[in-house]
Design a binder for this molecule. Structure first.
Ligand code: A3P
Length: 294
């Protein structure tokens, strides 16, 4: 593929009450009929919450010593279930064809859209959530650089669309809340906060091992935390998306900052106040608390 092949930016539309683009709905029936296996691991997130980071940690936990680390890009090792790109392939087919087990599969679907087979097979699911303000900032820069996302426009309009849930995969508020609620009835769901990962990656890897029933030596876990450190991932062409032609790194790199609190460099005081007011109305479940600072 060359940049000339890149299709025009897609338009956003309402899909069963959730804002979507066609790349994620074109193959809908097939995606809904996806056949999960009991040992599949699903990594679910609202976009830009740390999907790649956690996918890579999981890949290292299971396949750290294998040749694929230096030859297969992360988006092939951990397919993006609902993506379908004309003439290029679909994440569902990639997942079907994964040669290894367990299969680690990524999704940004809100909980109500997850193919029912994952629930029926009682698969382990890891949900990663990130505080709304940093999530919005990260998504803004991603939409600027990724030509397969709708045009983001300027930051002030973008913040409003974030608050209205008019970004791809819908409302952040509904997403994090929907998955949080699911945890109450589905024990094989591990809910991880991006801020906790930044604060103490080793501790979170330990919790992941516990959830997955894995035992790894301290040395191995340290090696994984180190390999998955922001600076090392940024340098690693197999995980930094540098070989993806639709992303323009001159606008913004995929591995951008990797920080908690970068929102302070983007929100004006007025935007922040308005955002907080609106946030209180939408986030009424006191058991779900995010940190915008660590
Ligand atoms: P920023 O844009 O704030 O830098 P996703 O993988 O869900 O698309 O999320 C991407 C975000 O996670 C980006 O945030 C990226 O820099 C951050 N990220 C990826 N790997 C990371 C790591 N090892 N440590 C901290 N942040 C990481």
């Amino acid at each position: 593929r060359t940049p000339d092949d890149v299709p025009p930016r897609p338009e956003i539309f309402d899909f069963q009450g959730v804002s979507m683009i066609h790349f994620f709905t074109d193959n809908w029936e097939n995606i809904q009929n996806f056949q999960a296996r009991p040992d599949d691991i699903l990594v679910a997130t609202y976009p830009k919450a740390g999907t790649t980071w956690v996918s890579y940690i999981l890949d290292l936990l299971y396949f750290g010593q294998t040749e694929r680390q230096t030859s297969v890009p992360i988006f092939k090792r951990v397919p993006f279930l609902e993506i379908t790109i004309p003439d290029f392939g679909s994440g569902k087919d990639d997942a079907d064809n994964l040669p290894t087990s367990p299969r680690i599969i990524k999704t940004h679907l809100p909980v109500q859209f997850v193919p029912k087979s994952f629930w029926e097979q009682n698969c382990r699911i890891i949900y990663v959530a990130r505080n709304a303000k940093d999530n919005a900032v990260s998504y803004f820069h991603f939409d600027r650089m990724n030509m397969m996302q709708p045009e983001p426009g300027d930051w002030s309009g973008y913040v409003h669309r974030f608050m209205e849930g008019k970004l791809v995969f819908g409302s952040w508020y509904d997403h994090v809340n929907g998955w949080w609620k699911k945890k109450q009835t589905y024990p094989k769901l591990h809910y991880v906060f991006y801020e906790d990962l930044v604060e103490d990656t080793g501790r979170e890897i330990e919790k992941l091992c516990c959830f997955l029933g894995l035992s790894r030596s301290d040395e191995e876990k340290k090696r994984i935390a180190d390999g998955a450190h922001f600076d090392n991932m940024k340098k690693n062409d197999m995980v930094n998306y540098s070989n993806v032609v639709v992303m323009d790194f001159k606008i913004s790199p995929f591995m951008r900052k990797g920080k908690v609190g970068d929102w302070k460099n983007h929100f004006t005081e007025a935007q922040s106040l308005q955002f907080d007011e609106d946030y209180k109305k939408k986030m009424t479940d006191v058991t779900l608390q995010f940190r915008c600072d660590i």
